[in-house]
Ligand binder design. Structure first.
Ligand SMILES: [Zn+2]
Length: 275
């Protein structure tokens, strides 16, 4: 009997440790400026892109103004563009705030893929924990071509190619393994835009305050950009590396990538070692 009580206590203890509390805070990759102004029969939107990459902006349906989302489709703003666009709108109902969606990328830019370097320093060797189409978490449009490398907490992450830092979250501290954590993205990560290829790369699960760069910085291929960690939904310390391209429907989606030395992303399988 005593043994049973002891094992129950151990069980309760073990399950508590996996029920980590989801942080209440929500941090954003960047802050965007959007302002609506109405004068007589004209409605104007002031849009400012704070990033060194193109973004596309879309209005969202409004119950009081059912046609507002048709005022414009996807408007592409080039890097740092600051613009005002105006429309005649006679019966605009001001009671609702105008909602909008900003997504990364210029949907008309041709993607010109080039070989990238591994997201860690030359001379280091790491093991693949999960590759393309991994059934644990690499199974959606957003993640299907991501690769998990077994970086330890404190290891250095480098940029896979040259480009601009266009997204940065580094204030989360914790991680969890429950569904709640899977559904709510609470991991630290950096997004870099590579103007030559049109591709975006993301480096996920960074340490708390683990960024070595700032929003807007230009980084060269191989430059140290962050310290690896264990934040967000994860069961073990690692780096989730993902290359992405913009789409109309889904924003950035995962895309295949080839590394220098000709290794293709799809050739990297679980337990392979790379350097
Ligand atoms: Zn992953």
């Amino acid at each position: 009997m005593r043994k049973n009580i002891l094992s129950i206590v151990i069980l309760v203890f073990a399950s508590c440790s996996s029920l980590r509390k989801l942080p209440k805070e929500h941090y954003y990759e960047f802050l965007y400026y959007f302002n609506r102004e109405i004068k007589n029969d004209t409605i104007s939107f002031h849009l400012k892109n704070p990033l060194k990459c193109p973004v596309n902006v879309k209005l969202v349906k409004d119950s009081l103004n059912p046609n507002i989302e048709n005022l414009f489709g996807h408007i592409t703003l080039r890097e740092l563009q600051d613009t005002v666009i105006s429309f005649k709108y006679r019966d605009f109902n001001q009671a609702n705030e105008t909602k909008y969606i900003v997504k990364y990328g210029d949907l008309n830019k041709k993607i010109l893929k080039n070989q990238v370097s591994y997201p860690f320093p030359k001379g280091k060797e790491y093991k693949i924990i999960q590759g393309y189409n991994g059934n644990f978490t690499h199974n959606t449009l957003i993640s299907q071509y991501a690769i998990d490398f077994d970086l330890k907490i404190g290891d250095t992450i480098t940029s896979a190619d040259s480009g601009y830092v266009v997204g940065l979250i580094e204030d989360y501290k914790d991680y969890g393994t429950s569904k709640k954590w899977l559904k709510n993205d609470k991991s630290n990560y950096i997004t870099i835009y590579h103007p030559q290829s049109g591709i975006f790369t993301q480096y996920v699960h960074l340490n708390h305050k683990g960024s070595l760069v700032k929003l807007g910085d230009f980084v060269v291929k191989g430059q140290a950009i962050a310290i690896s960690g264990m934040t967000g939904f994860t069961t073990t310390p690692h780096l989730h590396f993902n290359a992405k391209i913009p789409t109309v429907e889904h924003g950035l989606i995962s895309t295949k990538i080839e590394f220098e030395s000709g290794v293709k992303g799809e050739d990297l399988k679980k337990k392979d070692r790379v350097k």
